[in-house]
Ligand binder design. Structure first.
Ligand SMILES: *Cc1c(COP(=O)(O)O)cnc(C)c1O
Length: 426
């Protein structure tokens, strides 16, 4: 076996490969710690599957209204038990993460209510959901107001600022765990717990919703273990394990989730309707695989941070920081470097490896965005992908990898393209 030759054949030069191996040698301990978290979380998922007596009948497809859909109802119990919540809404009818968040917000906010983001501006696509950027059918159009408190310069919460912004009409706080397209730190579950405790100490009836996108199974606890009323995410990110072809989830209190179900389908119908269309095997199996898939993605993120930091690029998180989501931002400083990096990720893909990614307009985003992904599921970002808006500091957000080996190849290829373009020299 000559692994060297295999990498050569895939387009990685000896120099790039050797550089990668040198970096990897220093990461063994960190990889061991990631494996331990995965092992714990694997147990957590298996326990929930067993408790709910998942059986072959759960995988049967249903059509039409989907009344008495045992597979769907049991999957929702599995999510609720894994994340320790009273209830869960997990469905292919939730089309993506933004949709899940829009449902959670619009179901639990009424005209006259205010939504507060105590962690600064939320993810780009939520700007239109909330109406921060004028848009049809936004919460603002329905008379829901919005306020926000920026993080302090060191990336921590501005507790006094938050206290000042909590008004009688403040009904809900939206807390985004992951950095999204910003270069602020991602919050640990513990930090989120402290923030929720602070908000609840001011008014215990404020609903705390956490946008949990990219955070699931990175730690052994989730924000729902620390007082969040709802956690929300996408099944084409972590919890779908790469197998779910569509879907989103909302896990939380019975009261919040009931309202979400009525908003998603219709008042009076709620969780009773929504056929599973034969997707149950992939949703169950993806959830089962998710802790392992997340561990591979995390190893890739840490490998990338260590490579690019060594070459002088600012990485968020940096090469040694602890991890709270699977995203790795690398500030590349120019559009040219962003393109080269993304070309490498694309060239390493199992699907569409022959295409060249170019910046383009995307629905829901304000700037041009470049995206590299050769995914089995369109847009799946638990699969190896890199993207970023074309604006300073020209950061690419790198994430995913269904296997660690693929993530490794993608990072080596990104470096190869950067070397070939003369942007870095080894
Ligand atoms: C991906 C993401 C979303 C939106 O999810 P989509 O599935 O792309 O609609 C929302 N918030 C954060 C933090 C995300 O990373």
């Amino acid at each position: 076996m000559n692994i060297h030759n295999m990498y050569n054949q895939l387009g990685v030069s000896d120099k790039v490969y050797a550089f990668g191996e040198e970096i990897l040698a220093s990461l063994r301990e960190r990889f061991d710690a990631i494996d331990q978290v995965a092992e714990y979380n694997q147990g957590k998922v298996i326990a929930a599957l067993q408790k709910n007596r998942v059986n072959v009948g759960c995988f049967a497809g249903t059509t039409g209204y989907g009344y008495n859909d045992v597979g769907r109802d049991t999957l929702e119990r599995v999510y609720a038990d894994t994340f320790h919540t009273e209830a869960a809404l997990v469905r292919p009818q939730i089309t993506c993460g933004t949709h899940a968040l829009a449902v959670a917000l619009s179901a639990n906010l009424l005209p006259g209510d205010e939504l507060l983001s105590p962690v600064g501006r939320p993810y780009d696509t939520l700007e239109e959901v909330i109406g921060i950027r004028k848009s049809t059918c936004s919460l603002a159009e329905y008379g829901v107001t919005y306020d926000e408190v920026n993080l302090l310069d060191d990336g921590t919460f501005d507790y006094e600022g938050i206290r000042a912004k909590i008004k009688p009409q403040t009904k809900m706080c939206t807390i985004q765990r992951s950095k999204g397209y910003a270069t602020r730190p991602t919050f640990s579950v513990k930090q989120i717990g402290e923030l929720i405790a602070f908000i609840k100490s001011i008014r215990s009836d404020i609903i705390c919703m956490v946008d949990n996108c990219y955070g699931e199974f990175v730690e052994v606890i989730e924000p729902s273990d620390m007082g969040a009323d709802m956690i929300v995410g996408s099944l084409i990110k972590n919890p779908g394990g790469g197998l779910a072809p569509i879907g989103g989830y909302i896990c939380g209190t019975q009261a919040c989730v009931d309202r979400c179900a009525y908003r998603l389908s219709a008042p009076g119908l709620g969780q009773e309707v929504g056929a599973n269309l034969g997707l149950m095997t992939s949703l169950y199996q993806g959830f089962f695989l998710s802790p392992t898939v997340v561990s591979g993605a995390l190893k890739g993120a840490i490998f990338a941070a260590n490579i690019y930091e060594r070459l002088g690029f600012r990485c968020v998180p940096n090469s040694t920081e602890s991890r709270h989501d699977i995203i790795q931002a690398v500030e590349l400083g120019s559009e040219k470097a962003m393109r080269a990096f993304c070309e490498g990720i694309q060239a390493a893909a199992p699907v569409d490896s022959y295409v060249t990614p170019v910046p383009g307009e995307m629905p829901g985003y304000d700037n041009k965005v470049i995206m590299a992904a050769g995914a089995f599921i369109q847009g799946s970002s638990i699969e190896l992908s890199a993207d970023g808006p074309i604006r300073p500091p020209y950061a690419v957000y790198f994430q995913g990898g269904l296997t660690w080996y693929h993530a490794k190849l993608g990072i080596l290829m990104s470096l190869q393209k950067m070397v070939d373009a003369g942007i870095v020299a080894l």
